[in-house]
Design a protein around this ligand. Structure first.
Ligand SMILES: [Zn+2]
Length: 258
């Protein structure tokens, strides 16, 4: 069971070492921008590293959007990030499930997700798995409520989509963490990565506000149980820099028995 952290992209391997992390996740570009990722000077070192590497796609990507001026650049950027992530040996590209906006029909969002995978195939395919992450907010989100997640998976499951379960997002999104791994796997058949975060926001608050394990509203044992039941690697996306994240990693390693 590999446990790591979301870190600054400048020197991810040094950040991993500072935290005692066996995995790291980082952004390749400004998460709020539409920039195409550029080749990294440390690509060879990252490819050769013992540490597992995950890349988080920019938050601005929303392939579900009914607005073509968002949807088209989003899916292009998704493919560009998957290629750049593959260049550095990443195991997966994490992308949020997206949303269709107030008043729009969610079924359009699921169809747009399908079109995004079809587009990727027409461009030569995705070189690494895209892991769709559940989100905390938005009543019109594709991957907040698990009944919606099931409809999303009907659209994308056949393309080999992966899944990233964020414990903060699930809790704040209104999904009970007890037994959550079985409920997700009944829908997706897989969990590729756990984002092991506590939540500052309450249950079903819709707030995407991460906290250190044991400091927020979630019983840390439920996070540990999700990691254990999934058998997937875990990444903490928690505050407090090196000290805060190292403590979260140590807690998980101790309680998950790794
Ligand atoms: Zn997350």
């Amino acid at each position: 069971m590999r446990i790591g952290a979301h870190v600054d992209p400048a020197e991810p391997l040094a950040e991993a070492a500072a935290r005692g992390a066996e995995a790291v996740q980082f952004f390749l570009t400004d998460p709020q921008g539409y920039k195409t990722p550029q080749p990294r000077e440390d690509a060879a070192a990252l490819r050769a590293a013992e540490v597992d590497i995950y890349i988080h796609a920019p938050y601005i990507i929303n392939v579900a959007s009914p607005n073509n001026r968002i949807r088209i650049p989003s899916r292009k950027l998704l493919v560009a990030h998957a290629r750049a992530a593959a260049e550095i040996g990443a195991k997966g590209l994490i992308v949020h499930g997206g949303h269709v906006g107030a008043g729009a029909d969610l079924s359009a969002g699921f169809l747009n997700w399908k079109k995004a995978f079809e587009y990727a195939e027409s461009e030569g395919g995705l070189p690494i798995p895209v892991l769709i992450e559940n989100t905390a907010g938005g009543d019109n989100a594709c991957a907040r409520r698990f009944d919606d997640l099931a409809r999303l998976w009907d659209a994308v499951g056949s393309f080999g989509a992966g899944f990233c379960l964020d414990t903060c997002h699930a809790f704040a999104g209104g999904e009970d963490l007890t037994g959550i791994v079985d409920r997700v796997k009944a829908i997706t058949g897989r969990i590729d990565l756990i984002h092991a975060n506590d939540s500052k926001g309450g249950f079903d608050s819709g707030q995407d506000r991460h906290d250190n394990l044991g400091s927020g509203k979630i019983d840390p044992e439920l996070v540990v149980a999700a990691i254990r039941a999934s058998g997937a690697p875990a990444i903490v996306e928690t505050p407090g820099g090196v000290a805060g994240q190292a403590a979260d990693i140590a807690l998980l390693r101790e309680r998950a028995g790794t």
